[in-house]
Ligand binder design. Structure first.
Ligand code: PMT
Length: 221
């Protein structure tokens, strides 16, 4: 696409991983680089949208014209995203942690403090809040709510389940755990599913898929 075909559209995007701190030096994270979400933010801004990008801890430059809010944990991502509504479109490209530590230890966890002398370590994790599901159920729900689904197997099956359960308009499913797709790679392979159709966008650079996804979103606005 060329030209400002998204002018006046407010698009809120999440990108990157979250880091769930365990103690002052350790955290639970994941391999998301932010490339997919940043590519969508860059394309949307280029096409004239007003873009807010809520970014987990990544080393990516802010695309031109994008307002960026940096966060670290799933809880911070939740507050930044919900606090940025209203928007016309929400795209959840972040890999948000499903679990966080029940307690963040204020001092470094010591092997010698464990009951068995440190041969094993037990950390209790609790569920995080589902940012995407809360956006979709919000009083200020965006007109188009798009989730991502990162699966290692039965991609379409699990993606369709998320579409229905989280009340999304669209879900972009990618296979993870293989080369040339998903986390970290410059390329991805996306299948976009909505209530009516399955759109196979195929394998391409994330920058190209970003524009194809925005074309599908624009058609629903
Ligand atoms: O960042 P890259 O290296 O470019 O990689 C891109 C990507 C693979 C991370 C991206 O394309 C992707 O698939 N993002 C979603 C990854 C993921 O966490 O999927 P999920 O199936 O666990 O979550 C499903 C959806 O729920 C996602 O839209 C996620 O943002 C959202 N979610 C999940 C948990 C939670 N607590 N809150 C959420 O909003």
């Amino acid at each position: 696409s060329s030209g400002p075909d998204l002018a006046g559209c407010r698009i809120l995007i999440s990108a990157g991983p979250t880091y769930e701190d365990l103690d002052p030096v350790r955290f639970i994270g994941n391999r998301s680089s932010g490339k997919m979400g940043f590519a969508i933010a860059a394309s949307a801004a280029r096409r004239g949208a007003q873009v807010v990008l809520v970014a987990g801890p990544v080393s990516m430059p802010t695309p031109p014209g994008v307002r960026r809010i940096n966060v670290r944990s799933a809880a911070e991502m939740h507050d930044a995203v919900l606090g940025s509504l209203p928007a016309d479109v929400y795209i959840g490209a972040a890999a948000v942690a499903d679990y966080t530590a029940r307690e963040i230890q204020s001092q470094k966890i010591k092997k010698s403090d464990q009951p068995d002398g440190g041969d094993t370590l037990t950390i209790e994790l609790v569920r995080t809040r589902d940012v995407l599901a809360e956006v979709a159920a919000h009083a200020q729900r965006p007109r188009v709510v798009v989730g991502f689904a990162a699966e290692t197997h039965d991609v379409e099956h699990y993606a369709r389940d998320k579409l229905v359960r989280k009340q999304l308009d669209m879900i972009a499913a990618n296979q993870v755990g293989c080369a040339g797709s998903g986390f970290e790679s410059d390329d991805n392979a996306l299948t976009v599913i909505d209530a009516e159709r399955v759109h196979s966008l195929g394998s391409a650079p994330k920058t190209v898929l970003a524009d194809a996804l925005l074309d599908l979103i624009r058609a629903r606005l």
